[in-house]
Write a protein of this length. Structure first.
Length: 269
């Protein structure tokens, strides 16, 4: 097994021009597979609220739900860094609340670093977590917890035009520098677009990665594991390109299982 991933190692990757790879995962088995494949970061995202718990949007996910998933991913991860998102609430309630929540995610959940959505609005909380010895993965740009102020619904954030406008570049660069000076270890620039994304990467010394709206102009990418493998009922009829379509394969497997049982044949596996 290769050596465990560290934050200094990710910073060295940026300096060397090597791309950082992350996946969003919420369970033990996917974490084991992603870790074995060699990803650098496994991020326990608040998107679990929609994709696993069935909430209408990520804002409904609770701390207890995040902790359940963070613990599972931690158990399945040996070498990648495990990042866990704050649910909506602790950051908005102030620095003391944020530190208490972060301590729970580290002590109980086993997270290596904590991802703060809309972190540019709360630099004092970033500093408080860093003072407490907790590494921060600071998310900014058009994010699930900040999109409403930009008039963009959650469901539209993964569309191609949901990217940072070029005329917002100066403000976004300023926010990135603010987060770096506050002590953030990594930046997650959501819906960066090629103009603002490239400018932010150049402006800061810490790695800048992204999911929706990102691209090769960033220091790395994070992809939802369920999207990469086409896992979920919606992928059965989807025309979107994935690395594999587990949903279609699963539908075929379950159909074959049903046929075998109903025909009185021995089942497989």
């Amino acid at each position: 097994m290769s050596s465990p991933v560290t934050i200094p190692a990710l910073r060295q990757k940026k300096r060397d021009g090597q791309k950082i790879v992350g996946v969003v995962a919420w369970d033990y088995q996917i974490a084991r597979i992603a870790d074995r494949a060699g990803v650098d970061i496994i991020s326990v995202g608040d998107s679990v609220g929609v994709n696993l718990w069935g909430h209408s949007n990520p804002l409904e996910v609770t701390m207890d739900e995040m902790l359940v998933c963070c613990k599972a991913v931690r158990r399945g991860t040996a070498r990648a860094l495990v990042s866990c998102d704050f649910p909506f609430g602790p950051l908005q309630e102030g620095s003391d609340s944020a530190v208490r929540a972060a301590i729970r995610l580290v002590k109980e959940g086993g997270a290596d670093l904590i991802k703060l959505d809309g972190a540019a609005e709360y630099p004092e909380s970033v500093r408080a977590l860093v003072r407490a010895g907790i590494p921060v993965f600071a998310q900014f740009g058009l994010t699930p917890q900040t999109a409403l102020k930009y008039g963009v619904p959650y469901s539209a954030q993964n569309l191609p035009d949901a990217q940072a406008a070029p005329d917002a570049m100066a403000k976004l660069v300023e926010e990135a520098k603010l987060l770096e000076s506050a002590g953030a270890s990594l930046l997650d620039f959501t819906n960066s677009g090629p103009v603002a994304g490239a400018a932010v990467v150049k402006a800061v010394s810490i790695p800048v990665i992204g999911g929706f709206g990102g691209g090769p102009w960033l220091d790395g990418r994070v992809r939802l594991a369920h999207t990469a493998i086409g896992y979920g009922e919606k992928w059965i009829d989807s025309k979107t390109d994935t690395y594999v379509n587990t949903a279609k394969a699963s539908l075929g497997a379950f159909t074959a299982l049903i046929d075998d049982v109903r025909a009185g044949r021995q089942i497989k596996g």
